[in-house]
Design a protein around this ligand. Structure first.
Ligand SMILES: [Zn+2]
Length: 360
């Protein structure tokens, strides 16, 4: 099919009134239903319409599914926070994309005009409206209209499945390691929970620049897989105290960087693993919300702690470029659309190694 024919077809489809589409919708805590809902109208000026092909699951989906009493949102809510798809139609003034282009989208609805947005620090937007799939309707539906400025092309050779991991999983790790912790070749990094989607990504990205990687996992099968990804040392945290092993492995010096996302179960241990002046970067706390911290240790050891949430649009481009050069995500499972909840349950159970992808 030629581009022009595809565009015409897409436009006629996208403009047809009364048309419905599939949407995975959270209707109550822990209850997602595949519903037929009204399809979006044709994209407005500055917008593109994306036909979704793949969704990457993340812990934010699990938080949203369990119910977040403090989050401002209303049910029913279409789920899905990171996705890849192809352009179905473009708004009247959009020249940067055409029907058939393969793309991913930035799922935080930033303003595009504040100082942070103008400087490319999108995840620090002063007027960010919402996170799609968490506060407002997300990507787990056939068609979605998005501002074209939040859409990034997928390079040739990168599959929809892999690209769907760019906006959240890969982008978050890219931002944590290189914008925040400023990991450099030759440094040593401790990656907590190396079997998780972001843990496995962190191992691969850190090895790719020539860092030494120590990682923790919860069982022997995961230890083998983490080794196969290139981790230099793998610690089964159920069998050994990781703090002691890291001290031994680094000749009592400690690591340059600790990559955290587990929270209370490991946070203070991760701090103890740092060398003086070391950097801890965290993007999550799956084991709870609060810890107590030794402030003497914090300033005497001159630790630097970075909170990290999301990434910039530049980080998504960087992530996709890495995928195109062969640094691909580790995929645990692919599930069909109707089994989104099964994917979430698997993620929650921590039985995963890598990413769970929902395919349309
Ligand atoms: Zn902004």
């Amino acid at each position: 099919m030629t581009g022009a024919v595809a565009a015409t077809l897409a436009e006629s489809v996208s403009a047809s009134p009364g048309r419905t589409m599939r949407a995975l919708t959270l209707v109550a805590d822990r209850k997602i239903e595949l519903l037929e809902v009204a399809a979006p109208s044709a994209p407005a000026a500055g917008e593109v319409q994306i036909r979704i092909k793949a969704i990457g699951l993340n812990h934010i989906d699990v938080w949203g599914w369990r119910g977040m009493a403090f989050a401002k949102r209303k049910l029913p809510l279409i789920v899905g926070v990171e996705a890849a798809g192809e352009i179905a139609a473009v708004g009247p003034d959009v020249s940067s994309f055409k029907a058939g282009d393969r793309v991913v989208a930035y799922g935080a609805l930033t303003c595009g005009s504040c100082k942070a947005c103008r400087e490319g620090r999108d995840n620090l937007c002063e007027n960010v409206a919402s996170i799609m799939g968490f506060h407002v309707d997300g990507f787990a539906r056939d068609l979605v209209n998005m501002p074209a400025r939040l859409v990034v092309p997928i390079p040739d050779g990168v599959s929809f499945r892999d690209a769907s991991c760019a906006p959240v999983a890969f982008g978050t790790v890219q931002h944590m390691l290189f914008d925040n912790a400023k990991l450099e070749p030759g440094e040593t990094i401790l990656v907590q929970a190396g079997g998780s989607g972001i843990g496995s990504t962190a191992i691969k990205m850190a090895k790719a620049i020539g860092a030494t990687v120590i990682t923790t996992v919860g069982d022997q099968a995961k230890a083998e897989k983490a080794k196969a990804l290139g981790a230099d040392h793998v610690i089964n945290y159920r069998a050994e105290r990781f703090e002691g092993v890291v001290r031994k492995l680094t000749g009592k010096k400690g690591v340059d960087v600790a990559f955290e996302h587990v929270g209370p179960d490991t946070f203070n241990g991760s701090l103890l693993c740092l060398k003086r002046g070391g950097r801890l970067v965290t993007c999550g706390s799956t084991s709870g919300q609060s810890i107590t911290m030794n402030l003497f240790q914090l300033y005497l050891q001159q630790y630097r702690i970075f909170g990290s949430f999301g990434c910039s649009i530049r980080n998504i481009r960087e992530s996709l470029a890495k995928m195109a050069s062969g640094l691909t995500p580790v995929i645990d499972t692919e599930v069909p659309l109707a089994e989104f909840e099964r994917g979430l349950a698997r993620l929650e159970s921590r039985q995963v190694f890598g990413k769970i992808i929902v395919m349309f």
